[in-house]
Design a protein around this ligand. Structure first.
Ligand code: 7PJ
Length: 361
């Protein structure tokens, strides 16, 4: 399924949420203290894609005839405030801290230590200001091998169980497997995060619906093992949109309401550098899906490709730059390794953007 028209909000500027309408001043953006003054109207007809940017007034006067219905639906979706996600208000950028439960190359004793270390790490991220703790026991990095379900369960369940009584932060489970989703939900996870958007496991849609939990739907092309060998797109930005739109429809058909969904364009998942930067630069397009948007660029390879930093631990400045650029486009959730650094950057960004320390406090 291909759409004929897409609308991307551009000319995004700070505007406190409680600001009265008064003088006409742009349109609201996805429940953020931001408005937009112009739109990019994108028309796709097979392989032909036409893009043009128009100030809102011009767009309404000149362009609307042909596109009124489709475009006004998209702008409605862009403007609506997002409902809370598992109780978390999304009226400001939120931080998801990454907790990798690393495979244990030693003994059973070593496994216990690695569970303890993961719980301690997660609690530190919560202390540093993470709103969500993302627990992952299946490496989905490019080239990664498949992790059997029992192995994945033995990594993540003790961490969720160990963590649950000690934090009020939300816990998400980063998995593609239905059984891991169900067991993680039973252990107290609040959110399901699936890099395959519930396509990898044929039971995932039904099981996710049964848990009643919110779901993060991420775009990926291909399987982690081979996904970055030769990714192919017509137009990557629009293809990702179409995929996410179809997954939202699949979720709704399976009984997961739109109010429980989040979308993520999936940086690095079946994407080379030009794909990644196109998606990041156009991320505001995904607000037209009508659900919160998540970006995960933290320490990823694209930062190496852009800035020549081969050691992932040295990619913190680049990770923060990506996070702030996304926040400025109204992206609601930032998935990061370096929570304290990102929190500090977001706070100063907020003060500089809005002239107050209260907007996102
Ligand atoms: C992502 C993820 C991401 C979401 C990973 C890594 C690879 N889940 N899980 N978005 N990446 N939603 O952290 O480098 O970008 S694993």
């Amino acid at each position: 399924m291909q759409r004929a028209i897409y609308v991307r909000p551009v000319g995004i500027f700070p505007a406190p949420l409680d600001e009265g309408e008064g003088a006409w001043s742009g349109l609201p953006l996805a429940g953020q203290p931001l408005r937009y003054a112009a739109v990019e109207i994108i028309e796709r007809d097979g392989a032909r894609v036409k893009r043009r940017i128009a100030a809102l007034g011009d767009a309404f006067e000149r362009d609307w005839g042909r596109h009124t219905l489709a475009a006004s639906d998209l702008m409605q979706a862009i403007g609506a405030a997002r409902p809370r996600l598992a109780g978390l208000a999304l009226d400001r950028p939120r931080i998801m801290g990454i907790v990798n439960v690393t495979p244990d190359s030693f003994s059973d004793g070593g496994r216990f230590v690695s569970v303890d270390a993961a719980v301690a790490h997660a609690l530190r991220l919560a202390e540093e200001g993470a709103d969500i703790l993302d627990i992952g026991g299946e490496s989905t990095r490019p080239g990664a091998d498949y992790v059997p379900v029992e192995e994945e369960l033995s990594r993540v369940l003790p961490v969720i169980e160990g963590l649950r009584p000690h934090t009020e932060a939300l816990i998400s489970i980063d998995t593609r497997k239905a059984e891991v989703m169900a067991r993680a939900a039973g252990a107290g996870a609040d959110i399901l995060n699936d890099v395959s958007a519930l396509t990898h496991d044929r039971d995932a849609l039904a099981v996710a619906a049964q848990t009643g939990l919110p779901v993060i739907l991420m775009h990926a092309q291909g399987d982690p093992k081979t996904m970055n060998d030769n990714p192919q797109y017509g137009d990557v930005v629009l293809d990702v949109f179409d995929f996410l739109e179809s997954r939202i429809a699949a979720c709704e058909a399976a009984g997961i309401p739109k109010a429980k969904l989040v979308v993520d364009p999936g940086i690095g998942f079946g994407k080379h550098l030009p794909h990644n930067v196109a998606v990041m630069a156009n991320i505001a397009l995904y607000h037209a899906l009508g659900v919160p948007v998540l970006l995960g660029a933290s320490r990823k390879k694209l930062i190496d490709h852009i800035s020549d930093v081969s050691n992932p631990q040295d990619r913190v400045p680049g990770s923060i730059a990506a996070a702030l650029a996304a926040a400025a486009r109204g992206v609601q959730i930032l998935r990061v390794h370096d929570v304290a650094a990102t929190r500090q950057a977001l706070s100063v960004w907020q003060a500089s953007m809005f002239g107050t320390d209260k907007v996102l406090a």
